[in-house]
Design a protein around this ligand. Structure first.
Ligand SMILES: *[C@@H]1O[C@H](CO)[C@@H](O)[C@H](O)[C@H]1NC(C)=O
Ligand SMILES: *[C@@H]1O[C@H](CO)[C@@H](O)[C@H](O)[C@H]1NC(C)=O
Ligand SMILES: *[C@@H]1O[C@H](CO)[C@@H](O)[C@H](O)[C@H]1NC(C)=O
Ligand SMILES: *[C@@H]1O[C@H](CO)[C@@H](O)[C@H](O)[C@H]1NC(C)=O
Ligand SMILES: *[C@@H]1O[C@H](CO)[C@@H](O)[C@H](O)[C@H]1NC(C)=O
Ligand SMILES: *[C@@H]1O[C@H](CO)[C@@H](O)[C@H](O)[C@H]1NC(C)=O
Ligand SMILES: *[C@@H]1O[C@H](CO)[C@@H](O)[C@H](O)[C@H]1NC(C)=O
Ligand SMILES: *[C@@H]1O[C@H](CO)[C@@H](O)[C@H](O)[C@H]1NC(C)=O
Ligand SMILES: *[C@@H]1O[C@H](CO)[C@@H](O)[C@H](O)[C@H]1NC(C)=O
Ligand SMILES: *[C@@H]1O[C@H](CO)[C@@H](O)[C@H](O)[C@H]1NC(C)=O
Ligand SMILES: *[C@@H]1O[C@H](CO)[C@@H](O)[C@H](O)[C@H]1NC(C)=O
Length: 866
């Protein structure tokens, strides 16, 4: 499709060297993304990477051209054991990379844990839980032989509450997401596995994420997320900066277009923003089939293509032989390939893969013990699954984390339950076992039984799933109580009969979503609405109509509409339990019966309608466009920022959550910290290092006579000494207008807002220290998440933005001190003219409190001319 190539290759002149993305918020329709070349090579002095860089260079120096191509190119879909695999380097005994889903556990494997989903652990607001979950997931991937865990997710961030994959990520707030992603990356990588933070960037809806034929619409090109420079920096890029600063070894480019250029070949986003401004030193990897060009994506900064073939099992690749050709015909300078290979190997050494790697011992394409090594080609029969149990005692922390992530939204005093209630009744399809078991639907693409993860590639098989019903039954049984249940939401007469009899009813309801390649109940990944599934609202109505102690538990991928029942006097309590993972029932029972005092806080806003959140997902292609144009004209005003700006009272605001005790806030103290004045980064980079000077003679790269070709497998070799013939590309040799400077390996100017991983290191200078006292006024110990918000004060700024938080455990009657730093980044705005972060002259206010709308403490920040 030539139209995929055009945007990245067009040598569009920079309209303004200062504001490459539009600096206003409209009009955004049809805007283009400017070119930026050359692709930055690794910085030998980047903080944290020096040793890995040296080792990686030494490794890459000894490689032949074909071996370097092998490191960058996937072998093709279902070519090897993992969801993605690169070629190997047999000469050095190097097995090639295994990249494997998912952000919540090892996908397509047995004897693994199903961790709490990202969007749910976010509700714990607990740095140590973020880290521990990352570490344990890393340990499990390591034990299976995985080199790269395809997670965590901060794109989608959650522009739309209906976005299908939001639950894989953390929160629509960039600071909560940023802290969660950084801790997760550190955890995964401390376990010796490379984290792949994804999807870079603006992958905010599933509909039209990829070009293709869509039902009645015919061919529809990929959706383009169109946005302004300020929106990019202050919202969507923010958590990626934190991931880069935390050292993420890899970043996956997304399926969609941004400002009408495919992201995996968008030179502005990959070269300028990610590798330039954010100083990303690891490697970029394409989402599966998100690559749409060879040379264009190489020059635009793509380092690894996945799964390697142009389309699944086409047998052809934009790289592989084409990469070999593009080097020997001089279109791509060898330093660019060297840099890609060095970045890949640097990530490998950074996390210690040289010490931690074990051979892959599972197979994504079959659970059988014996089968084919190359599943698609059906060759290489042998032992493919060793069924290694990598779970250790992770179930304990999954239970703890899920309970800590449960948010108590309403409680008229009925909770905690004692276990001695006279008659407990449990209702809902969401309370019980699924008909075909917890792993009965491929990639969890159904809403059967209790919901504990969404659907798609961001999943893992449950080793078991503790249902709410079985866990509640165990607790009630331990107390010698009475319990009955109805798990058919449509069994109206039985529901009524039991609800009348019960003294306490616990109703489980849910709402699901997932990745766009699976449609569930008419939802093509993205949700069609924000209401409950499976007749949930009517179920609550039917139960609460007869039982005045009705407790509602919601398992959902994000916000759901609760205003039909939250004010009902018979609905005594409401809990949001998110997607808890394998320990679901135990975790909710711990909270219901007071073994855990709830301390989770909503990582999003619960409103009264989808419209309150801002522009909708595009469900139908825009007339007259190849690409649906998703114009992010709301700027940074998503989730609570939208509600605050429009003065809409939410049902439950961002950051809200109750406890079995209560807390008060007092004594806010703000101290200014001296920091050196902000210095924009200047100077030049080094020149691109040349690690090899390979022969340009095609006869050196022909197929080895003795190699056994695996059908549809991608190799680096040429089939012919005639280059055009070897390329199998009718367009071979047609000179595209390759962008100016794309092959220039000379020193390049450093970027003012850059200078270190994540951006200019001075952005993390601490400018203020804030303390406040939080007191537990109740009779039981509890956790409180103290939250710090800032008002940046400008006319275009949100009323408040979250900037820090801490989860504190406080004994009854006791007070603890909440302390938090405010960094330069926290009080800066992105300035489109200077292309840097600037502290405006507007008066800035700091707030501390229990949620985005309960901020009892406030103080003006002493002005700062830093
Ligand atoms: C490239 O990788 C393939 C697949 O692992 C392997 O068969 C081949 O020998 C490798 N080629 C080179 C030159 O290392
Ligand atoms: C080279 O890439 C082109 C697309 O740019 C593709 O059509 C062709 O099949 C590829 N060649 C090989 C040998 O994979
Ligand atoms: C299970 O899920 C499938 C697919 O979504 C659906 O068709 C079916 O009705 C569900 N079964 C039950 C019992 O909920
Ligand atoms: C919303 O979607 C769910 C899941 O498809 C469906 O069960 C429900 O009926 C829909 N709600 C409305 C109001 O259409
Ligand atoms: C709930 O209903 C029962 C039975 O009608 C009644 O005894 C009790 O007082 C009611 N409780 C509340 C809180 O309304
Ligand atoms: C194939 O031939 C090459 C060159 O003679 C040799 O180095 C290599 O070991 C052979 N590989 C196999 C798998 O026999
Ligand atoms: C290269 O040649 C092999 C053997 O003839 C053939 O099977 C394969 O399809 C060719 N590959 C490409 C990419 O043209
Ligand atoms: C060089 O090789 C690449 C990859 O096959 C091809 O796309 C490009 O057209 C070639 N360029 C020239 C000048 O031959
Ligand atoms: C930086 O590089 C540019 C061109 O690559 C050159 O013109 C300039 O003199 C260099 N500046 C320094 C400080 O080395
Ligand atoms: C937007 O960019 C234009 C062109 O660079 C510049 O003249 C204008 O001052 C900028 N406006 C703002 C608000 O940054
Ligand atoms: C703040 O005000 C000072 C004094 O008027 C001015 O020099 C400075 O440029 C202003 N800073 C910003 C970011 O507007």
């Amino acid at each position: 499709m030539a139209s995929w190539l055009a945007p990245a290759l067009l040598a569009v002149g920079l309209a303004s060297a200062q504001a490459p993305f539009p600096n206003g918020s409209s009009p955004l329709n049809d805007i283009t993304s400017p070119p930026f070349y050359p692709s930055p090579w690794m910085d030998p002095s980047a903080a944290g990477w020096a040793e890995a860089y040296t080792k990686a260079q030494a490794f890459v120096r000894q490689l032949t051209l074909l071996e370097k191509v092998n490191l960058t190119t996937g072998v093709g879909w279902e070519g090897e054991a993992c969801v993605g695999n690169t070629g190997s380097i047999p000469r050095l005994g190097f097995p090639g990379f295994c990249t494997q889903d998912s952000p919540l556990g090892v996908r397509f494997a047995d004897y693994v844990s199903a961790f709490t989903a990202g969007g749910t652990i976010a509700a714990s607001w607990d740095r140590s839980e973020f880290y521990r979950r990352g570490y344990q997931m890393g340990v499990e991937h390591r034990g299976k032989g995985v080199d790269v865990q395809l997670g965590p997710v901060v794109g989608p961030i959650g522009r739309h509450p209906k976005g299908g994959r939001n639950w894989e990520g953390f929160s629509p707030d960039p600071v909560l997401s940023g802290i969660a992603v950084a801790e997760t990356v550190k955890g995964i990588q401390d376990a010796g596995v490379i984290a792949c933070t994804k999807h870079f960037i603006l992958n905010e809806q599933e509909h039209f994420r990829q070009p293709g034929n869509v039902g009645d619409f015919g061919f529809v090109d990929a959706v383009s997320a169109n946005l302004a420079d300020k929106t990019l920096h202050e919202l969507y890029l923010w958590p990626f900066a934190d991931a880069v600063r935390a050292g993420t070894g890899s970043i996956m480019c997304s399926y969609n277009k941004a400002n009408n250029s495919q992201v995996c070949q968008n030179s502005y986003l990959q070269n300028y923003i990610l590798k330039g401004e954010l100083g990303f030193q690891g490697f970029t990897m394409s989402d599966w089939d998100a690559q749409h060009s060879g040379v264009a994506s190489t020059l635009a900064g793509l380092d690894m293509n996945m799964p390697g073939d142009t389309d699944f099992d086409s047998g052809f690749s934009f790289w592989g032989p084409n990469m070999t050709l593009s080097i020997i015909n001089g279109t791509v300078p060898e330093w660019r390939l060297d840099d890609a290979a060095t970045r890949i190997m640097a990530a490998y050494y950074l996390v210690g893969r040289d010490r931690h790697a074990v051979p892959v011992n599972f197979n994504s394409w079959s659970k059988d013990t014996y089968g084919y090594q190359h599943a698609y080609a059906k060759v290489g029969y042998g032992l493919i699954n060793q069924h290694v149990d990598v779970r250790a005692d992770h179930f304990k922390s999954i239970r703890t984390a899920a309970a800590k992530s449960t948010v108590l939204l309403k409680n008229n005093g009925v909770l905690p339950l004692k276990g001695t209630e006279k008659y407990t009744a449990v209702f809902g399809n969401d309370a019980g076992e699924a008909q075909y078991g917890p792993n009965g639907c491929a990639d969890h693409g159904c809403d059967n039984g209790t919901l504990a993860m969404g659907w798609g590639s961001g999943t893992a098989d449950y080793p078991y799933l503790v249902t709410p019903l079985e866990a509640i039954k165990r607790t009630v049984g331990d107390h010698g109580g009475v319990i009955a249940s109805v798990t058919d939401n449509y069994a109206f007469s039985q529901i009524m009969a039991l609800a009348k009899q019960a003294t306490h009813a616990i109703v489980f309801v849910n709402a699901d979503s997932g990745e766009g390649y699976i449609t569930v109940d008419g939802n093509e990944g993205d949700r069609n609405n924000l209401t409950l599934w499976q007749n949930g609202e009517e179920l609550v109505r039917n139960v609460s109509g007869y039982c005045n102690n009705t407790i509602v538990v919601i398992h959902s991928v994000g916000p759901v509409l609760v205003d039909s029942f939250n004010n009902s006097p018979n609905v005594s309590a409401i809990l949001w339990a998110g997607l808890p993972g394998q320990e679901s029932g135990n975790a909710i029972t711990d909270v219901l019966y007071g073994r855990v005092n709830p301390g989770g806080k909503l990582p999003f806003t619960i409103g009264k309608s989808a419209e309150e959140y801002g522009p909708d997902i595009i469900y139908e292609p825009t007339a007259g466009h190849g690409s649906p144009q998703a114009n992010f004209e709301e700027g940074v005003f998503i989730d609570y920022r939208s509600f605050d700006k429009k003065n809409i009272t939410p049902v439950y605001e961002f950051g809200f959550g109750l406890s079995y005790t209560n807390f008060s806030y007092s004594n806010l103290v703000v101290t200014r910290v001296n920091a050196p004045a902000y210095v924009p980064t200047t100077g030049n980079t080094t020149a691109a290092p040349t690690l090899g000077n390979s022969s340009k003679d095609a006869s050196d790269y022909q197929w080895p006579a003795n190699l056994t070709y695996v059908n549809k497998y991608i190799y680096p070799y040429l089939n012919s000494t005639d280059l055009k013939e070897a390329s199998n590309d009718p367009e071979y040799g047609i000179e595209h207008e390759y962008p100016e400077g794309a092959t220039d390996g000379s020193p390049q100017p450093r970027i003012a807002a850059g200078g270190g991983p994540g951006g200019n290191p001075q952005l993390w200078d601490v400018l203020y220290k804030v303390t406040a006292t939080v007191t537990n006024n109740g009779a039981v110990a509890g956790d409180e998440v103290a939250q710090l918000y800032v008002s940046l004060g400008g006319p275009e700024d949100p009323p408040v933005v979250l900037r820090n938080f801490d989860r504190l455990t406080i004994a009854p009657g006791q007070s603890v001190e909440f302390t938090a730093d405010i960094t330069r980044r926290d009080v800066s705005n992105w300035d489109t003219v200077s292309q840097n972060w600037v502290i405006s002259n507007s008066t800035k206010t700091v707030y501390v409190g229990a949620s985005s709308r309960k901020l009892p403490l406030k103080a003006t920040l002493p002005s700062s001319s830093y």
